[in-house]
Design a protein around this ligand. Structure first.
Ligand SMILES: [Fe+2]
Length: 207
């Protein structure tokens, strides 16, 4: 496991040397590792046995690679557990990127570019609406595909890599904007203006 983790973490850091290269790097890296090897390497069975599916939304377990890291980037590998009909609620981000690899199960995945943002809403452009299963990696960029929404079609687990603190000048380590997709309004050119909402409201409505 140590060798696997060393190689994987080195690969992850290579993948995030520049944000522009993030999605290419993480895609190449994770496509080179079979899900079964990844699951063995991150002790999936042990982690999954410790978390139960949530009644709303998801549960997560931190993956421990056993490294001391001094870089300012915060690198958070996690396992997500999402039961049938539950979701990773629709949301966009600032100052972070992430990648999500289903290990088991299936999801309806929707993604959107983040075009503009103000205190109350995001303007977003749909980019993807597809079914994904084990091995179908999805990632987000700083703006491109930055909004995502996963609804589990069956009990599912994902391996997620979350990188925060991209901009050291920012007051926020990262920000997440939960979106009320049912209240979306057309904004021209296929774009949508979508109001933001609190986590608790979003979980009640979409979790
Ligand atoms: Fe996200």
């Amino acid at each position: 496991m140590a060798d696997f983790c060393s190689a994987t973490v080195a690969g992850f850091y290579a993948a995030v040397d520049t944000v522009a290269d993030w999605r290419t790097g993480i895609g190449e890296l994770l496509s080179s590792v079979p899900e079964t090897d990844l699951m063995a390497g991150v002790d999936f069975d042990g982690l999954a046995s410790k978390i139960e599916f949530a009644e709303l939304g998801v549960t997560t377990a931190r993956v421990d690679f056993g490294f001391d890291e001094t870089r300012t980037l915060n690198f958070l590998p996690k396992i997500f557990a999402v039961d049938t009909g539950r979701s990773i609620i629709p949301h966009g981000h600032a100052n972070m990127v992430s990648a999500h690899l289903p290990l088991t199960g299936a999801f309806r995945l929707r993604q959107y570019d983040q075009v503009m943002r103000n205190a109350r809403s995001l303007i977003i452009q749909p980019t993807a609406d597809r079914l994904i299963g084990a091995g179908d990696l999805s990632s987000i960029g700083e703006d491109d595909d930055n909004v995502h929404w996963f609804i589990a079609e069956e009990p599912s687990y994902t391996f997620d890599v979350i990188v925060t603190g991209l901009d050291e000048e920012s007051d926020h380590q990262f920000e997440i904007f939960n979106l009320d997709m049912e209240a979306a309004e057309p904004n021209g050119n296929g774009r949508l203006r979508v109001p933001t909402m609190s986590v608790s409201e979003a979980l009640r409505k979409y979790g």
